[in-house]
Design a binder for this molecule. Structure first.
Ligand code: BTN
Length: 272
């Protein structure tokens, strides 16, 4: 009989305890759910503590940013959401979402040390331009303040064949590892939690400054031509509010706050 949660993932609870990571407790390991973000949001409402974690082998309604879905074959990848009880102003949300991307990026980079792993703003993790992980941060508000974050992360670990519509732009740790075996999914999960644990509180309290150099080093868009609904130009980095800096053809520096960004130069005249 196939176990509902595979042994490499079942190690996660022990690993979180062994490494003394504050996030990841209690850990709910699920064979299937609609979306781990749904589980964490329900948990948030029901009073689950800071650090509570939901990990699933399969999602029936996994979701991504911009209303997209997130599809992952059962038992192959990492699908999880952690509840972080941080009180902060909504303006801190974009920086915190970037930090979540950085934690996922660092964990993937550790799993594939010979590859150049980068962040495509705001928080896609990419290897050679192909997406290996995605982050969906959802916030719970109390009045006008954020009281909790649900940080949902999907990391492609073992998948080697992707559906035709995304095959050209998706990859996994197994594919990027150049023949070596991927680490246990629990190891990758523990690495992400360690990064979140270290940086989320810091950035909520003091802003992006302390992680900004790391973000800049990992920025996949820096000096690249980019387009979005906001216009087109050349990306010049990320500001301390988490916005993408884009210099348009007229030389004006714009700050893009949200939306989907594509690599490549505009075919039409950019708007300033
Ligand atoms: C994106 O790249 O658009 C974000 C993808 C986020 C997917 C993860 S998988 C675990 C968690 N549960 C979800 O439904 N979504 C996030």
């Amino acid at each position: 009989m196939i176990p509902s949660v595979l042994p490499d993932l079942a190690r996660a609870e022990a690993l979180v305890a062994e490494r003394g990571i504050a996030l990841g407790k209690p850990l709910h390991l699920l064979a299937e759910t609609t979306s781990t973000n749904d589980e964490a949001k329900r948990g948030a409402k029901a009073g689950a503590p800071n650090g509570a974690l939901w990990v699933a082998e399969s999602q029936t309604a996994g979701r991504g940013r911009q209303g997209r879905g997130w599809v992952s074959p059962r038992g192959e990848n990492l699908l999880f959401s952690v509840l972080v009880r941080i009180a902060c102003a909504p303006a801190r949300l974009p920086p915190l979402a970037l930090v979540a991307g950085l934690a996922a990026r660092d964990a993937v980079a550790r799993a594939v040390p010979r590859r150049d792993v980068r962040i495509k703003w705001p928080n896609d993790v990419v290897v050679d331009g192909k997406k290996i992980a995605g982050v969906l941060v959802e916030a719970t508000l109390q009045g006008s303040l954020v009281e909790a974050l649900v940080v949902g992360i999907g990391i492609n670990v073992h998948t080697r064949e992707f559906p035709e519509d995304i095959a050209a732009r998706a990859t996994s740790i197994a594919l990027a590892a150049d023949g070596s075996d991927p680490p246990d999914r629990a190891e990758v999960l523990a690495d992400v939690l360690t990064g979140l644990d270290r940086d989320l509180g810091l950035v909520a309290a003091r802003g992006l400054g302390l992680v900004h150099a790391r973000l800049t080093n990992a920025d996949a868009l820096r000096r690249e031509g980019v387009t979005s609904e906001a216009g087109a130009g050349v990306a010049e980095g990320i500001d301390l509010e988490g916005r993408l800096l884009v210099r348009n053809e007229g030389g004006i520096l714009a700050r893009w706050g949200a939306g989907e960004v594509h690599l490549g130069r505009a075919t039409t005249a950019p708007r300033s």
